[in-house]
Design a protein around this ligand. Structure first.
Ligand SMILES: [Zn+2]
Length: 417
């Protein structure tokens, strides 16, 4: 009885905090599910059915999936409860979330930065999304006209449409670095003296616009590829070409974790591929996502850890240090469940970049899930500022983190005998 009551209360809380979501086109057959799963193996089985897992708890997960995926979970006896997204209609963003940038507002914000900081910032057009929107890189450097001379780091956001917080954080990092540099902040000045910083705030502009159409949220995750069966969208974070399609993604175009027809089938992932290939000075890559408050490192496609013990130690040490600042949980990605074709397996596996996926605030659906509201942004900015500077500091040589030739901010210091 008490358990039933608790469940009812949990469900009600869950419903109340979810913002308004309209169900038209593309999201109409999606369901939110609470599914029994007690370890990474059971969670991987769920991911392999094509369900997008959004939150992991000790004995269950929360995820989104189609009707057929829901029926499959039900037949396996693992479904705790579910409800269709289209039945959730509760007031939310965007009228109350004006601090978030839609595509055009992002373009304006970037233009403004370009005009304000002509000596530090170059805005590069990397290419166009499937619907023709521009994907930008903000290159911040003391000598912006000569790229590639200094060690580089890249921060990316907005792979997944509904993860709007992941777009705002990299934009904020860019703004703050530029502002502090101009104000003669000594730490930012010393970092910039020896680094090139790249920020790609929005990898999936089409999906992001689609998610906020009609001033409501639609829980859209993928891009806007028109698939052969008439559905649309490829999961960009299952489309990268390292161990693509080896688990935790789906061949069903209607799935939220549809891997695409082939590796790098999408213009958005091709753009990131070319960007990394063309910037051989990069040493660290960070991909921001939401939500769950995690710092993840490779591998995602296998339960094995990175075989190179030094590389493994660098990832683990850095993740644990950054977690001291933002309070997130540091762990190997596949400790959650298997997911293949993601950005960081590729950037480490193919290019040996030290690579992290941050799952930003909030921790769970009760904190707002994908739509925590703009009131959450200052907290996200504050928590992740030190981790960002720390990574920039180590971008000359991330392996220094194991060698004791550094201070807490990752800047080189002489060895003390
Ligand atoms: Zn994501």
């Amino acid at each position: 009885m008490i358990h039933q009551l608790k469940l009812v209360i949990l469900c009600l809380t869950f419903l109340l905090v979810l913002p308004q979501m309209a169900g038209a086109n593309g999201s109409e057959d999606l369901y939110i599910m609470k599914i029994k799963a007690k370890d990474k193996h059971e969670r991987t089985q769920i991911a392999n059915l094509g369900i997008s897992i959004e939150r992991v708890e000790s004995d269950y997960v929360m995820g989104t999936g189609t009707k057929s995926e829901l029926l499959r979970i039900e037949s396996l006896g693992q479904l705790i409860h579910s409800f269709p997204l289209k039945n959730v209609e509760i007031q939310g963003f965007p009228s109350e979330d004006r601090d978030f940038h839609d595509y055009n507002e992002l373009l304006r914000a970037i233009e403004e930065l370009k005009e304000t900081y002509p000596d530090l910032l170059r805005v590069e057009e990397l290419g166009r999304s499937i619907e023709g929107r521009l994907i930008f890189n903000l290159r911040i450097s003391e000598d912006p006209d000569t790229s590639g001379n200094k060690p580089g780091i890249v921060f990316m956001g907005g792979h997944h449409s509904r993860e709007h917080v992941s777009v705002e954080l990299p934009l904020h990092i860019a703004k703050k670095i530029l502002k502090l540099y101009q104000e003669n902040d000594s730490r930012v000045r010393s970092l910039l003296a020896g680094r090139e910083i790249h920020i790609i705030p929005l990898v999936n502009p089409d999906g992001t616009e689609w998610d906020i159409r009609d001033n409501t949220y639609h829980m859209w995750r993928k891009n806007k590829r028109v698939n052969s069966d008439g559905s649309f969208g490829v999961d960009l974070n299952r489309n990268y070409g390292f161990q693509w399609g080896t688990g935790g993604s789906s061949t069903n175009p209607r799935s939220d974790v549809y891997m695409g027809k082939e590796p790098f089938s999408e213009p958005e992932t091709q753009i990131i591929k070319s960007f990394v290939e063309n910037h051989t000075n990069l040493t660290i890559l960070v991909s921001f996502h939401t939500f769950s408050e995690l710092i993840l490192y490779p591998w995602g496609h296998t339960y094995d850890s990175i075989a190179n013990q030094t590389d493994f130690a660098v990832h683990k040490t850095m993740a644990e240090k950054m977690a001291e600042w933002n309070g997130y949980t540091p762990q190997q990605s596949s400790d959650l469940y298997i997911a293949s074709g993601d950005t960081t397996d590729w950037s480490y596996g193919q290019h040996r970049l030290i690579s992290f996926t941050f799952e930003l605030d909030p921790r769970d659906f009760n904190g707002g899930g994908f739509y925590p509201g703009q009131g959450r942004l200052p907290t996200v900015y504050q928590k992740n500022w030190e981790p960002a500077l720390y990574l920039i500091g180590y971008a000359d040589n991330p392996y220094r983190v194991l060698q004791g030739t550094h201070n807490d901010f990752g800047l080189s210091t002489p060895l003390v005998e």
